[in-house]
Design a protein around this ligand. Structure first.
Ligand SMILES: [Zn+2]
Ligand SMILES: [Zn+2]
Ligand SMILES: [Zn+2]
Length: 127
């Protein structure tokens, strides 16, 4: 007739699995992609549009940071707040993005002739 000692640290590990139940929600970067439709995410009422000013390009000949160092760029972006010209995401230095985050100037416009779209670096969307 042994006494049963007080059970301490007696953990019952349950290893039950619920078959067939698994999270099936698929969210791709918060975007709901509709099949068969062209995805062109455009914000029409981006609050950062208030940062847009009538600007003149400060360095129309190229990226403001790449020019002094002789670095190459692929495309150019024009800051819509101060007129800074920076290089694009495909360029090695991505000065347009650096400028947008460093100075809080979120909206850029394409500086390529024939392109007139605007991009918000905060929302990562066309505006
Ligand atoms: Zn924005
Ligand atoms: Zn650059
Ligand atoms: Zn700027």
């Amino acid at each position: 007739m042994g006494e049963v000692p007080a059970a301490t640290g007696d953990h019952h590990l349950k290893t039950e699995l619920a078959p067939g139940i698994s999270p099936t929600t698929t969210v791709y970067k918060g975007l709901r992609v509709r099949p068969g439709k062209e995805v062109r995410m455009t914000l029409t009422d981006d609050p950062h549009l208030s940062m847009v000013r009538p600007v003149e390009p400060q360095t129309p000949e190229g990226c403001a940071e790449c020019l002094p160092t002789g670095s190459p760029w692929v495309h150019l972006r024009l800051c819509m707040t101060c007129g800074h010209v920076g290089c694009c995401e495909a360029s090695p230095n991505r000065h347009a993005r650096l400028h947008a985050h460093a100075l809080g100037h979120p909206i850029v416009q394409s500086f390529q002739s024939g392109e007139d779209w605007r991009w918000c670096y905060v929302d990562e969307a066309l505006v």
